[in-house]
Design a protein around this ligand. Structure first.
Ligand code: MG
Length: 170
């Protein structure tokens, strides 16, 4: 069943809703974070002031953060240059490989680790294939490519159903 692989545990509008308080309630102390359309748009080379504040707030509260992106080295290292988190590029999510490396780099317990992303078929699927929690946010700005729009069209009814089922953050 598809649900097993693409159903997120939590759905939020924005990464800003993923607070230390929420994570602690769910006993999560390590976050594997997607970059593109989760934290910033494709056009933002560097983290915004808001992202930096959010990141520092997590760190202050003992939440570990790593970045796992399917984007290239240049994009990931420039984005990460001010944050200096463990960061992995060309991750090929839904592959689990980079997720495992991120967990190891953080010294995190998989049971207390969640993936934060914007795509069911890469971010959530990678998390679920590894058996860890997945938090999905609304993409900041959908890319305008035909492929992306087709993929999103497939995701939309699933997202709607999951939101309805969980009764949260519609
Ligand atoms: Mg993304």
């Amino acid at each position: 069943m598809l649900d097993k692989y693409v159903k997120p545990d939590f759905i939020f509008d924005s990464y800003r809703d993923v607070t230390p308080e929420f994570l602690k309630t769910d006993q999560i102390d390590a976050l594997i974070c997607d970059i593109d359309n989760t934290l910033v748009t494709y056009d933002d080379a560097e983290p915004t002031e808001e992202v930096i504040c959010w990141y520092e707030e997590l760190k202050r509260n003992g939440i570990q953060v790593a970045f796992v992106s399917n984007n290239n080295r240049q994009r990931v290292s420039l984005f990460n240059s001010k944050l200096n988190a463990p960061a992995f590029h060309n991750s090929r999510k839904p592959s689990r490989y980079a997720l495992r490396r991120a967990i190891a780099a953080m010294g995190a317990a998989p049971a207390r680790t969640a993936v934060l992303g914007d795509q069911l078929f890469t971010d959530v699927m990678a998390a679920k294939r590894l058996g860890i929690s997945a938090i999905i946010v609304t993409p900041i700005k959908d890319r305008k490519s035909v492929f992306f729009r087709i993929k999103r069209a497939f995701e939309r009814p699933l997202l709607r159903r999951y939101k309805k089922a969980s009764g949260m953050n519609g």
